[in-house]
Design a protein. Structure first.
Length: 149
């Protein structure tokens, strides 16, 4: 979907996220195998993004554990809604994006609205190799979602 391969962040941003306690890491056998960025948007909504699992450790539930940890983080700060953003091609289906749509749905997320990326993030248009849409998904966070310890 992007014109050039690249990274979503850099070392300085990662250091800042870690310092601010806005990056949750998944570790296995002493090695980092995944992460998710968390943010507070307002008094009731938190957001997660940059969710990633090491390709050598996929299908082990790492992504689900990271999303659960992000949701628990939001609940601990009294947020009632978790939000995520998903960028998808407008006129064709990207297999990993279709997987994510189904997976987020199974996790209880519901699409709220979709807009052309050029409306939401016009600064990114030159970076795209195809027209894309930006969908916001929400999941209500309730006490019953919390795992009993």
């Amino acid at each position: 979907m992007w014109r050039r391969p690249g990274t979503r962040t850099n070392r300085a941003q990662i250091r800042e996220l870690l310092k601010d306690k806005r990056l949750i890491l998944a570790e296995r056998d002493g090695r980092i195998v995944g992460s998710v960025n968390v943010n507070l948007l307002d008094e009731s909504v938190a957001e997660f993004g940059m969710l990633v699992a090491d390709p050598d450790h996929r299908a082990l539930g790492i992504g689900s554990m990271l999303v659960n940890a992000a949701e628990e983080w939001a609940r601990s700060l009294n947020r009632r809604t978790m939000r995520l953003e998903l960028l998808t091609p407008r006129s064709w289906s990207h297999p990993s994006k279709e997987f994510l749509k189904a997976w987020y749905t199974r996790l209880g997320y519901v699409p709220q609205f979709t807009e052309p990326l050029e409306k939401t993030h016009p600064e990114l248009i030159g970076e795209l190799a195809t027209e894309c849409d930006f969908t916001i998904w929400h999941k209500p966070l309730t006490i019953t979602d919390t795992l009993v310890q």
